[in-house]
Design a protein around this ligand. Structure first.
Ligand SMILES: Cc1cc2nc3c(=O)[nH]c(=O)nc-3n(C[C@H](O)[C@H](O)[C@H](O)COP(=O)(O)OP(=O)(O)OC[C@H]3O[C@@H](n4cnc5c(N)ncnc54)[C@H](O)[C@@H]3O)c2cc1C
Length: 462
């Protein structure tokens, strides 16, 4: 039996970051992980492998659609799916090995196996029980299935199966037009798969600013994705190598059926909180299975904390990371800080979509008086040169004070551009502060400045 100041259960972005920060703050730390490799969902079957496939297939798209326009002639590359999978696997490996290196560097013990909390101050891994003054639950999330739909990871797959299909399907039905479904749908559409996305609601990416969502849908349709909105999937029937997806259209209750070689169920994820002994310990769990915390990442039981996807809030790697750092700091007697009002979200399609702060719909509903500054990438020289002029930057600012309340970007490198607004919001900046900041030319970031100018006397290049 070993004794620790902190034992973190789970090594995803929440858990491994918490462990590193705890160790940096002088706490003797261990991290329990049941998977073969560190890094959690994000590094193994989430953010990293999906981005590798998005990157590879975007290169293919560029070669097929834009190379010749720039005078780069020759045969378009052909797809070697096995090699693309190898590239994805190597990307995962360098990242997960990187966490192993960081654990060694920070003298964090990796306790290999599945952990549980038999009593306060104790963590059981396999047959061994370790002592821990503090425990951080960072057990993350898993795929949520849809009623009446059974995932076999062959024909009916979750995102995990979709990342590693044995071959590129001819026809794919994606159930759920959220981030994961649209990213994976884009990957396969670029590889030539006929992709149909079936969504229960009347819009895609429902939490997104409405104007961005509409624009995004049009762009994806131009890229070959088909959308069936307002449709409730009632069942998926699998045959030997095919499936039939049945759904009811909400507008007229008509029943429709779609054929597919592969069906991707991307209707959400659920927290992993079973099997840890939490109920027996009396740790409060919400109705939807999340570990309840007090706003300082502490559960109702002293010495037990929880972070990341296992707790409420957006299921995002960077939210988990920030909470990991903050929880470790709180344990070390520091303040710990996460600003939940400024957590960006990004969709890594092409163009990318990124958002932070309030949407226009949220401001309207709250009766907040606001102004909108918008700038299209059509007016951005760099975007035009790079065939990336689809989309716009939209900044929402308080009508009276000019303080930035939110920003929504659809366009090239939106996931990077959004951080200028995140920093501005952290400083309580006005749109004018961004507008008065000199931006290098020619960069995509000039579109952000122009949108900020549009909140005042107007943009220059539009
Ligand atoms: C396909 C896909 C793409 C995604 N893309 C993005 C993206 O681009 N950007 C983004 O921000 N987010 C993305 N996400 C979401 C992101 O992966 C999660 O929000 C993030 O991984 C949550 O981190 P976490 O540390 O809370 O948990 P996880 O990453 O889920 O890690 C939890 C770990 O705990 C381990 N564990 C669980 N129970 C136990 C136990 N009892 N004992 C030992 N170990 C245990 C699990 O094995 C797992 O490794 C994506 C998710 C998916 C599925």
């Amino acid at each position: 039996m070993a004794s620790y100041d902190v034992i973190v259960i789970g090594s995803g972005p929440g858990g491994y970051v918490a462990a590193i920060r705890a160790s940096q703050l002088g706490l003797k730390t261990a991290c329990v992980e049941g998977r073969e490799t560190l890094g959690g969902t994000c590094l193994n079957v989430g953010c990293i492998p999906s981005k590798a496939l998005l990157h590879a297939t975007h290169q293919l798209h560029e070669a097929e659609h834009n190379f010749a326009k720039m005078g780069l002639k020759g045969k378009s590359p052909s797809v070697d799916w096995d090699q693309m999978q190898t590239y994805k696997g190597e990307t995962i490996e360098t990242n997960t090995k990187g966490i192993e290196f960081l654990f060694k560097k920070n003298k964090i013990d990796w306790l290999k196996g599945w952990g549980s909390i038999p009593e306060k101050g104790k963590v059981k891994v396999g047959d061994e029980v370790h002592e821990a003054k503090n425990i951080i639950i960072a057990t993350g999330s898993d795929v949520a299935t849809l009623k009446g739909v059974e995932i076999d990871e062959k024909i009916v797959v979750s995102s995990t199966g979709a990342l590693s299909l044995p071959k590129i399907p001819k026809k794919m039905v994606v159930i759920g037009a959220g981030v994961i479904g649209l990213e994976m749908g884009s990957v396969y559409a670029r590889l030539g798969t006929e992709v149909t996305v079936v969504e229960y609601l009347d819009k895609i990416t429902p939490t997104m600013d409405g104007e961005v969502s509409k624009n995004f849908q049009k762009i994806l349709q131009k890229q070959g994705l088909t959308f069936v909105l307002g449709a409730a999937v009632s069942g998926v029937e699998t045959m030997k190598t095919k499936a039939k997806v049945s759904y009811t259209l909400k507008k007229d209750d008509s029943e429709e059926v779609l054929d597919a070689d592969v069906v991707l169920v991307s209707t959400g994820r659920k927290p992993v909180t079973e099997g840890l002994g939490l109920k027996e310990l009396g740790v409060e769990i919400t109705e939807r299975g999340f570990v309840k915390t007090d706003g300082h990442w502490k559960t109702n039981i002293d010495g037990i904390y929880a972070i990341g996807d296992a707790t409420e809030g957006p299921m995002l790697a960077h939210k988990a990371e920030d909470e990991g750092m903050a929880a470790a700091e709180a344990i070390a007697g520091k303040a710990g800080h996460v600003n939940y009002d400024v957590i960006p979200s990004v969709i890594y399609t092409h163009p990318e979509v990124a958002a932070v702060g309030k949407t226009e719909e949220e401001l309207k509903d709250a009766g907040h008086s606001y102004k909108v500054g918008k700038f299209s990438f059509m007016g951005n020289g760099r975007a035009k040169a790079n065939f990336a002029a689809d989309g716009f930057v939209k900044i929402l600012a308080d009508k009276d004070t000019d303080r930035i309340l939110g920003a929504h970007i659809i366009g090239p490198m939106a996931g990077d551009l959004i951080h200028e607004i995140c920093v501005a919001m952290e400083f309580g900046a006005a749109a004018e502060d961004v507008a008065l900041t000199c931006h290098a030319h020619p960069t995509y970031s000039e579109a952000v400045r122009e949108a900020a100018l549009a909140c005042g006397d107007g943009p220059i290049h539009m």
